[in-house]
Design a protein around this ligand. Structure first.
Ligand code: G3H
Ligand code: 13P
Ligand code: ZN
Length: 320
C-alpha cells in the first residue's frame, strides 16, 4: 500500500470547494506517456493552475500502473523544479469495478471515479457506495456518475445521450456518499461528437435544476473537448483523414465552469493537437527519424492547447 500523501499528491476535496466558490473549473487532462505528462505540468505551472492527472483503464493497460504512478510522482517533483508547487491529483478515469478502484488506491491514486452509469440505478448506487466506503478509509475522493454520455470511452459505446435525471441526484449522493458527481447534459466522448450543422448544446437548464437539489455539491463534466477546427484542418492538410466533426463550444464550457461544475475532462483535443504536430513534421521533414524531433513539437503544441483551456475556458489560472 502506497499513500498518495507520501507522493506529494492531494485529493480533490479542497480544490473543488475553492473552484465552486471561485466560479472556475479544475482541468482534468488524461495522460499515458511522458510528453503528455510534461506538457500538462509545464502548462499548469506556467498558468499557476491546480490539475487533475487522469488515467483511464485503457491508459493503465497501455503504460502500466506502476510506471504511471511514478510518472505522477515525477510530475510533482518536476513542478517543484519548475518553481511552482501546484496541487496535483492523480485520478482514475472511468473505473468500472470495485477491484480496479481498490488497486489504484493501493498504488497511490488520490482520487477515483467509479462509473456505474450504464448499470441499473440500484446497482450503480450499491457499487458506488462500496467504493466510497473503501476509498474514504484512505482519504481518497470518489467521483460517481448518473446519466449516460453519448460517444466512445474505453470499450463502452453509447449512440445517444441519456440526460441525468435531476430527481435522482439527491438520493444518489446521500446513499453513496460520493464526493463529486459526473452528469450527462449534452457533452459526449471522443472527437466525433456532432456533425457540422448540428447545434451542440450543454443543457444548462438541467444543470441548474441539479444544482438546486444539491446546492454546492461538486459537479463534473466529461466529454468536454471542443474539436478545434484549425487543428482538424491541419491534420487533414498533412495527410490525415479525419471526418468533419464539431465539439462542445468553448463559450458554453466557460459558462458551465462558473457554476457548480468544478472539474472538466479534456482528452480528445490533446490527441488532435499531438497528431497535427507529428503529421506536420513527417510531411515537412520526411528525413527525420529521431522521435524527439516529432514528439518535441507535439509536446509544445499540447502545452499551448492546455494553457489556452486554462485561461480561456476553465478559468483555473492563478488559483493554486
Ligand atoms: O473518457 C475516456 C477518455 O478519453 C479515455 O480514453 O479509454 O481511450 O484512454 P481511453
Ligand atoms: P473528450 O473525449 O471530449 O476529450 O472527453 C474526455 C473524457 O471525458 C475523459 O473522461
Ligand atoms: Zn469521460
Amino acid at each position: 500500500m502506497v499513500s498518495y500523501k507520501d507522493l506529494g499528491l492531494v485529493n480533490s476535496r479542497e480544490l473543488f470547494k475553492k473552484a465552486i466558490n471561485g466560479g472556475y473549473a479544475i482541468p482534468a487532462f488524461n495522460f499515458n506517456n511522458m510528453e503528455q505528462m510534461q506538457a500538462i505540468i509545464q502548462a499548469c505551472v506556467e498558468t499557476k493552475s491546480p490539475v487533475i492527472l487522469q488515467v483511464s483503464s485503457g491508459a493503465r493497460k497501455y503504460a502500466n500502473q506502476t510506471i504511471l504512478r511514478y510518472m505522477a510522482q515525477g510530475g510533482v517533483e518536476y513542478a517543484k523544479e519548475l518553481g511552482c508547487q501546484i496541487p496535483i491529483v492523480l485520478h482514475l478515469d472511468h473505473g468500472d469495478t470495485f477491484e480496479l478502484c481498490k488497486s489504484c488506491i493501493e498504488y497511490g491514486f488520490s482520487s477515483v471515479m467509479i462509473d456505474g452509469s450504464s448499470k441499473p440505478y440500484d446497482e450503480n448506487v450499491e457499487l458506488t457506495r462500496r467504493v466510497v466506503e473503501y476509498a474514504h478509509q484512505y482519504d481518497v475522493t470518489v467521483e460517481g456518475e448518473l446519466g449516460v454520455l453519448a460517444g466512445v470511452e474505453d470499450d463502452v459505446k453509447a449512440e445517444s445521450h441519456t440526460y441525468t435525471r435531476p430527481e435522482e441526484v439527491e438520493d444518489f449522493v446521500s446513499k453513496t456518499g460520493v464526493d463529486s458527481l459526473a452528469i450527462s447534459i449534452g457533452t459526449s466522448h471522443g472527437a466525433y461528437k456532432f456533425k457540422p450543422g448540428q447545434k451542440p448544446e450543454i443543457r444548462l437548464d438541467i444543470l441548474h435544476e441539479i444544482e438546486k437539489r444539491i446546492p454546492g455539491f461538486p459537479i463534473v463534466l466529461h466529454g468536454s473537448s471542443s474539436v478545434p477546427q484549425d487543428i482538424v484542418a491541419e491534420i487533414n492538410h498533412y495527410g490525415g483523414r479525419l471526418k468533419d466533426s464539431i465539439g462542445i463550444p468553448e463559450d458554453q464550457l466557460r459558462e458551465a465552469a462558473k457554476s457548480a461544475v468544478c472539474k472538466i475532462n479534456i482528452d480528445s483535443d490533446g490527441r488532435l493537437a499531438m497528431t497535427a504536430a507529428i503529421r506536420k513534421v513527417f510531411v515537412e521533414h520526411p528525413e527525420e527519424f529521431d522521435p524527439r524531433k516529432y514528439l518535441g513539437p507535439a509536446r509544445e503544441k499540447l502545452k499551448n492547447l492546455y494553457k489556452h483551456k486554462i485561461y480561456d475556458v476553465l478559468g483555473s489560472n492563478d488559483k493554486m
